[in-house]
Ligand binder design. Structure first.
Ligand code: NAI
Length: 258
C-alpha cells in the first residue's frame, strides 16, 4: 500500500515515550507514520529508524502543537508526503513547571499545560478532521485517539493545572466523538495510569513506592507498549459500536476498593 492507498497516522509527541511506542505499534500494524514533535534530535532519528525497520514510510514534522497558526501547514506537509491521513493520535503533552501548592500555581504553568495539552490538541483535531472529511472515505477505519490520563479524574493537588487540562481533553474526546459519529471517524480517549517514561522519571522513587504499596491492583509500572496496544485496537476499528469511550490503561488504579 502506498500513497493514497496507505493507512497513515500522525502521532504528536512521537519522538519518545508513549508516543514513540504508539508510532511503532501502528507501524507494525501497517500504518505509515508522521511524527510531530518539538525537535528532530537523536531520539527522533531513532524513532524514524525503527519505523523504517518495520517497512513503513515515515515523516518528521518539527513543530509546537500550541502554535495553532502552524496547523494548516503541518496538515499540508503530511498530506503531500504520505497521502490522506487516516488516524490522528493526540499524544503530545507536558506536566507542570513545578509541583506545589494549588494556591501557588502560576499563570505560566497553567497556560503552558492548557495551551499544549488541550488548546493545541483541540485545534489540531479540528484542522485534521476537516481535511479527513474532505477526502473520500478510505476502505479502512479512520480514527482520532486522544491520550489523556487518570488525572482527568483523579485529583493531584500538587499539579492541578495538569489535571484540568486532562479533564478538558476527556470532554474534548466526547465532543468530537459525537460530532463525527455519523462520518465514520471514530474518536476515542485512551487514559493511561502510571507509565514508565521520561515524564515520570523525575518521580520514579515515589511512584515505585506507591506501586509497591498497591496503588493499582496490577502491581507494576505500565509501559508505553501497554498504551500502544490499546491505541492500535481503536485505530484498527476493533471497537465498532464504541463512541468517545475512555479506555483505561491504568492497571486498575481508578477502581475503588474497600
Ligand atoms: P514524554 O515527556 O516522555 O513525551 C512527550 C513528548 O511530547 C515528547 O517527545 C515531547 O517533546 C512532546 N511534546 C511536548 N510538548 C510538545 C509540543 N508543544 N508540541 C509537540 N510535541 C510536544 O511524556 P510521556 O510520558 O510519553 O507522555 C505522553 C502523553 O501521555 C502525554 O500527553 C502525557 O500527559 C500522557 N500521560 C503520561 C503518563 C505517564 O505516566 N507517563 C500517564 C498518563 C498520561
Amino acid at each position: 500500500m502506498h500513497g493514497d492507498e496507505a493507512k497513515t497516522a500522525l502521532v504528536t509527541g512521537g519522538r519518545r515515550g508513549i508516543g514513540r511506542g504508539i508510532a511503532l505499534a501502528l507501524a507494525e500494524a501497517g500504518f505509515d507514520i508522521a511524527l510531530l514533535d518539538v525537535a528532530r534530535d537523536a531520539d527522533a532519528e531513532a524513532a524514524l529508524a525503527e519505523i523504517a525497520a518495520r517497512g513503513r514510510r515515515s515523516l518528521f514534522v518539527a513543530g509546537d502543537i500550541a502554535d495553532i497558526a502552524s496547523h494548516a501547514a503541518v496538515a499540508e506537509t503530511i498530506w503531500r508526503a504520505l497521502g490522506p491521513l487516516t488516524c490522528l493520535v493526540n499524544n503530545a503533552g507536558v506536566s507542570v513547571l513545578n509541583r506545589g501548592d494549588l494556591l501557588e500555581v502560576t499563570p505560566e504553568s497553567y497556560d503552558r499545560c492548557l495551551d499544549i495539552n488541550l488548546r493545541g490538541s483541540f485545534f489540531l483535531t479540528q484542522t485534521i478532521a476537516k481535511r479527513m472529511l474532505a477526502d473520500p472515505a478510505p476502505a479502512w477505519h479512520r480514527s482520532i485517539v486522544n491520550i489523556t490520563s487518570v488525572s482527568a479524574e483523579v485529583v493531584s493537588i500538587s499539579r492541578g493545572e495538569y489535571c484540568i487540562s486532562k479533564a478538558g481533553a476527556a470532554m474534548m474526546t466526547k465532543l468530537f466523538a459525537v460530532r463525527l459519529a455519523e462520518t465514520g471517524i471514530g474518536v476515542y480517549e485512551v487514559r493511561p495510569g502510571i507509565i514508565r517514561t521520561d515524564m515520570t522519571k523525575v518521580s520514579e522513587g515515589r511512584l515505585d513506592q506507591l506501586i509497591q504499596d498497591g496503588i493499582s491492583p496490577i502491581k507494576r509500572w505500565g509501559e508505553a507498549a501497554d498504551v500502544a496496544k490499546t491505541v492500535v485496537t481503536a485505530a484498527e476499528g476493533h471497537l465498532p459500536f464504541a463512541v468517545g469511550q475512555a479506555l483505561l490503561v491504568d492497571g486498575g488504579l481508578t477502581i475503588r476498593t474497600l
